[in-house]
Design a protein. Sequence first.
Lengths: 315, 434
Amino acid sequence: MAFLTISLLNGISYGLLLFMLSAGLTLIFSMMGVLNFAHASFYMLGAYLGYSLTGWLGFWWALLLAPGLVGGVGALCERYVLRRVHRFGQVPELLITFGMSYLILEGVQLVWGRSSLDFRVPLALDGPLFTLFGTQFPAYRAFMMGVSLLMLLALWGLLTRTRVGLVIQAALTHPDMVQALGHNVPRVFTGVFAAGCALAGLAGVLGGAAFVTEPAMAASIGGLVFVVVVVGGMGSLAGAFWASMLLGLIQTFAVASDVSLMSLASGMGWQLADSSSGLGLWAIKLSQLAPVLPYLLMVVTLILRPRGLLGSRSE
Amino acid sequence: MMSRISGLGEPNNKRALSRGGAAVWWAYALVLAIAPSLFSSGLSQTLLSQMGIAIIACLSFNILLGQGGMLSFGHAVYSGIGAFAAIHSLNRITGGWALPVSLVPVLGGLASVLLASVLGWVTTKKSATPFAMITFGMGELVWAGALMFPEVFGGEAGVSGNRVAGAPVWGISWGPQQQVTYLIAAYTLVCTWLMYAFTRTPLGRMLNAVRDNPERVAFVGYNPQMVRYLAFVIAAFFAGVTGGLSALNFEQVSAEVFSAYRSGAYLIFTFLGGTAFFFGPVIGGVLMVLAFVLLSEFSRAWLLYLGLIFLAMVVYAPGGLASIIMANWQVARRGYLRRLLPMYLALFAGAAPALLGAAALVEMLYHRQLNAALGPTLTFMGLNLNTGGFASWLTCACVCLAGLGLFEAVRRGFVKRWELVQFDMAHPQGQAVE
């Protein structure tokens, strides 16, 4: 019971973090048709900036300022690089963001070095929040959940309840009409791109303190975010939400369990005569499988439901 | 700086290769036949063998990107599986299998076909952006999955083999590097020709149609997904051959062959070489080896340079080097190059100081970050730069800015002149007034 509850909470907090990343990616994708390959790089940039700002001003200022800085960098990238190739179609845009991910990685390694940083949770949030069935739940995890939920509520409110949100929603589907009505659609694009990057930056500050801050962090989470978007359905925010949750839970439960096919079989009363056959497949534990599970989920989704959980039918 | 130069990026002359095509092929074969003997030093053998492999790899990647419009972030999966199939069959040959070592790369290709016909079925369900994401996911899946089966993929250390296996055929034991380089050269020639032939088949033509207008292809009665799938499997075959060749070349394969970095390198260099023309990836393959073997020795900032060059290329010359060469070839063939030559010299006069100044700044920055223990002095192009002093930074920045200013001034004139030349070439009778 303890394992279940704590894993559930951890999974949800990780899922919310993933959603913060994939929400930005989905918004940018559905608005501009650009898959921002560098999205995870902005997450990494957020973590590194958060680390430096924590050193100068403290964690709370970092949490506030780092996303803003990352958003600013994103806006510059959109305005001066991405916009130049926008009319040439999807492949050049994808290539541009791919190149940007290279440059951000190189820049980060140049400024902060190649080894991992000692980015710690602030003292006020260090330690357990409560103890449930004898297992502690860290306060920082709860804080992560709180900030993510608050952010997402704010995003939802902005998109559905304000004038700006209405313009953004309209520009999603009818950019020419919105332009004709006198709104500056390119500026809306820049704003959405910056906001998406800022969300990634916020996730970076939160995640950087909770997990490891290192140059490989972009590559390791980038793949997961792609899986979320494919599984949830391209361009669907609600789909991205459920897929993030699913992925967060799967990852957390898999890492924490040491079930293997062999132990399952012996649990059901079968005794495998030769456990070394079958390329060692039988002996692989679920926790070892954890890094591959998201991608397996993606493959299964593509086979069973190519448009994703909540995606529309068109490609 | 907003407008791109016209004439770049569009394959505006499809017959460019077929006209005088035979001569080009003979020259290509001649280079491949002579180079391994002409350059016999250890370094050049290393370079040449890797270049041959990289050329096939980039050409096979271009079947997807250039001919099919499919941007793959996971092509290394297929070169990697070919490498593992090859190294395992090499070890079987050592153990007594009766298979000539020279055919091992083909086996690698077949293994790759097998994997691609399974994974490719899922991958090619989508096109465009979803395709790119799915290939990325597949790449991660195979890369992470490979580390889980140390019996097959050798874990972190990898699998090693010995290419001197079985009885020597015609006195060729594959021991000396030069023999392997020749084998790679032969494979390069045959594979290049096969891939060129593929572009002329009905399937190859359909692939171009799927790239340009999949809806219309479906409307005429073809299944775009099937066309993509077949092309994907064919591209995987050639990728597998490169894996087999590199297994023979290095006699060692580790799970690193599946890495996203390798897939990224295929993408970057195929693009730099040029996707719009068949021979573009050949340039890309040569550049890839030069960058990985030489540039990485020369500078620690080489990845930064590579990224910047790549971005500049995507923005200003999306057709890659091949399209720049072909556009100028067209101009030269019609006798218009004389009008552009002074402009080119002026452009170079601006670009050289701009690039050198920028490179000096980058090198100083890297030196400060990575080699601070070696003292503040950095030798760059025979110059001693003091990274601690203000003067060096200022001088380099001034050189860079002056070069940039000159370049930008000349560039504006150049673009106008270029457009005029293009116009004159398009309307030979009505000469435009200059």
